[in-house]
Design a protein around this ligand. Structure first.
Ligand SMILES: Nc1nc2c(c(=O)[nH]1)N(C=O)[C@@H](CNc1ccc(C(=O)N[C@@H](CCC(=O)O)C(=O)O)cc1)CN2
Ligand SMILES: Nc1nc2c(ncn2[C@@H]2O[C@H](COP(=O)(O)OP(=O)(O)OP(=O)(O)O)[C@@H](O)[C@H]2O)c(=O)[nH]1
Ligand SMILES: [K+]
Ligand SMILES: [Mg+2]
Length: 458
C-alpha cells in the first residue's frame, strides 16, 4: 500500500512536563533525521532505541528544543509502519515549532484517529479493538476502563470470530449437501442446520445480555433530577458531584437551564441532569426551562424525583409520580430535617414498586441509601467482570441484533419448510453482520466516520 508519512502532537494541548510528537510512515525516520542533531544519524540507529539531541530548524539554522527521540522500525510498531516519537519540553512553542518543521520536511498533519486507523488498516488490530482505544481514553470509571481494555485485548473479537467460524463450517456442510442431494439428505441436513442455528443464536443472545450493562459502563446512565421548584434538586446535584456548580437559593425557579455533570456512584457512571423546577409559570424564560425539564425526564434512563417532606403533596407531585412510572426511577423525600407535612403513606401508595428514600441533603442524610438504590436498580453489584465478554458499543449491539434476527430466520425457515438453499442466504447475512463488528466487509465511509471521532494524535 502506498502511504504518506503523518505527524501530530499526541499529548494534550497546553503546558505539561513533556509533549510527544508522533510521526508514522515510510519517511518517518529520514524526515526526523533532517531536523535532528545528535551523536548519531537516526538512519543508522537500531530499532526501538531512544536518542538524546536537539531539534534544529535547518533553514534558520537554530535550535528549537532539547529532545529525546525514539526510533521504531516497521513492522513491530503501533501502526506497523516506521514510527518516530519526539519528546519535547511541554509547552506550546517548542512543540508547535517542531511539528511545523516536520511538516515543512515532508510529513503531513495526521487526521484525528489516523495512527489508530493505520494500525487497523495494516492489520495489527481489528475495528472493535480500534474502537476500544477511544473508549479507553474516554472511560470515566474503573469499570468502564476495564470493559474497554478487555475489548482492546481482543476478547469480543475472539468471540465474534468463533461464532463466524461456526457459521462458516455450517455453510460449508450445507453447500456439500445442497450440491449432492440424496434421498433423505435434505431432512438430515435441515435437522443439523437447525441445531447449529439454535446454538449460535443462544450464543449471540448471551452476548447481547451484557449490552445493557456494557452500554451503561461506556456511556453512563442519563439521570434526570426532577421535581417541583425548591425541593432541593440543585442541592442534590451539588451533593452528588461534591461541587457547587448548580446555583442554590431559597427562591423557587432558580434553575432555568439543564445542567449536566458526570459522577461516579460506586463505579457506575451517572450523567446527572439538574433541571428547572416543574410548575405553571408566566415567566417566558422559566417556561422554556420547565419544557426542557419535561424533555429531560422523557429521555432519561433514570429519574430521581424529589418531593418535599415539609410540604403536603401537590397535584403536580402526583402528576410527576405517575410520569416516572415509565422509567427506572427513585423517589427522594427531601428535607426530613424539617417538621413533616407530607403524607408518607400516600407517597408509598403512589410509588408502587418505585423505591422511596428519605433524605436531608442539607444534613447529608440518605445519600448512602440513594447510592444503594441506584446500584440495586441497575443490578451492577452482581456482575462478574473478569469472565464476561461485554458488548458496550451501539454499533456492535445493532449488528449483533441483526445477526440474531438472521439466524432466527433460518430456524423459522426450516420449521416452515423453506428449501435449504433459501435459508442459506440468511445464514450468510448473519456471517456478514458479525463481520462488520470486527471491520471485515465495512465500507470506507463507515471507517472514516468511526476514526474521525478520535482525538488528534491518536
Ligand atoms: N510513547 C507511546 N506510549 C504509548 C503509545 C504510543 O504509541 N507511544 N500507545 C499508543 O496507543 C499506547 C501503547 N500501545 C502500543 C501498542 C502497540 C505498540 C507496538 O509497537 N506494537 C508492536 C510491537 C509489540 C512488541 O514489541 O511486542 C506490534 O504489535 O507489532 C506500541 C504501543 C500507550 N502508550
Ligand atoms: N431544610 C432543608 N433545606 C434544604 C434541603 N435541601 C435543600 N434545601 C434548601 O432548599 C432551597 C432550595 O434548594 P434548591 O437546591 O435550589 O432547590 P431546587 O429544587 O433546585 O429549586 P429550583 O431550581 O428553583 O427548582 C435552598 O434554600 C436549599 O438550601 C434540606 O435537605 N433541608
Ligand atoms: K431554588
Ligand atoms: Mg435548582
Amino acid at each position: 500500500m502506498e502511504t504518506d508519512t503523518i505527524a501530530a502532537i499526541s499529548t494534550p494541548v497546553g503546558e505539561g512536563g513533556i509533549a510527544v510528537i508522533r510521526v508514522s510512515g515510510p519517511d518517518a525516520i529520514s524526515i526526523a533525521d533532517q531536523i535532528y542533531q545528535g551523536k548519531k544519524s537516526l538512519d543508522k540507529v537500531p530499532s526501538h532505541t531512544v536518542h538524546y539531541g536537539y531539534i534544529v530548524d535547518p533553514e534558520a539554522g537554530e535550535r528549537v528544543d532539547e529532545v529525546l527521540v525514539t526510533v521504531m522500525r516497521a513492522p513491530r510498531t503501533f501502526t506497523r509502519e516506521d514510527v518516530v516519537e519526539i519528546s519535547c519540553h511541554g509547552g506550546m512553542i517548542p512543540v508547535q515549532k517542531t511539528l511545523e518543521i516536520l511538516l515543512d520536511h515532508g510529513a503531513r498533519l495526521a487526521e484525528p484517529g489516523e495512527f489508530t486507523k493505520r494500525a487497523f488498516l495494516n492489520g495489527r488490530i481489528d475495528l472493535s479493538q480500534a474502537e476500544a482505544v477511544m473508549d479507553l481514553i474516554r472511560a470515566k470509571t474503573d469499570r468502564a476502563a476495564k470493559v474497554a481494555l478487555s475489548q482492546h485485548d481482543g476478547k469480543l473479537s475472539r468471540m465474534i470470530q468463533r461464532l463466524r467460524s461456526e457459521i462458516l463450517e455450517t455453510l460449508a456442510h450445507l453447500a456439500v449437501n445442497v450440491d449432492y442431494p440424496e434421498y433423505d439428505a435434505e431432512e438430515m441436513t435441515a435437522g443439523f442446520l437447525r441445531e447449529r442455528c439454535v446454538y449460535i443464536s443462544g450464543e449471540i443472545e448471551r452476548l447481547l445480555q451484557t449490552a445493557r450493562q456494557g452500554k451503561i459502563y461506556r456511556e453512563g446512565i442519563k439521570t434526570a433530577i426532577v421535581g417541583r421548584p425548591n425541593v432541593g434538586k440543585s442541592s442534590l446535584m451539588n451533593a452528588l458531584t461534591h461541587e457547587n456548580k448548580a446555583i442554590v437559593t431559597d427562591i423557587p425557579g432558580t434553575t432555568r437551564d439543564v445542567i449536566e455533570e458526570f459522577v461516579n456512584v460506586r463505579g457506575i457512571p451517572l450523567k446527572l441532569l439538574d433541571t428547572a423546577g416543574i410548575r405553571e409559570t408566566e415567566d417566558v424564560v422559566e417556561r422554556i426551562g420547565v419544557e426542557r425539564s419535561r424533555q429531560a425526564l422523557k429521555q432519561a434512563d433514570l429519574v430521581l424525583l424529589l418531593l418535599n417532606y415539609a410540604e403536603p403533596l401537590t397535584p403536580l407531585d402526583r402528576e410527576l409520580l405517575s410520569l416516572i412510572k415509565e422509567h427506572s426511577s427513585i423517589i427522594i423525600v427531601n428535607k426530613t430535617d424539617l417538621p413533616r407535612q407530607i403524607d408518607m403513606d400516600e407517597v408509598k401508595r403512589l410509588a408502587g414498586d418505585v423505591p422511596v428514600i428519605s433524605a436531608s441533603v442539607k444534613e447529608d442524610r440518605g445519600m448512602e441509601d440513594l447510592e444503594e438504590a441506584i446500584t440495586r436498580l441497575f443490578e451492577l453489584g452482581k456482575v462478574e467482570l473478569a469472565d464476561a465478554t461485554y458488548v458496550s458499543n451501539s454499533r456492535h449491539i445493532h449488528l449483533l441484533r441483526r445477526a440474531l434476527a438472521s439466524v432466527k430466520d433460518v430456524v423459522e425457515g426450516i420449521d416452515s419448510g423453506v428449501p435449504l438453499d433459501m435459508v442459506e442466504i440468511d445464514l450468510k447475512n448473519a456471517w456478514e453482520s458479525l463481520g462488520e463488528v470486527i471491520g471485515d466487509s465495512v465500507s470506507e465511509d463507515l471507517i472514516d466516520q468511526i476514526f474521525s471521532q478520535f482525538c488528534l494524535g491518536k
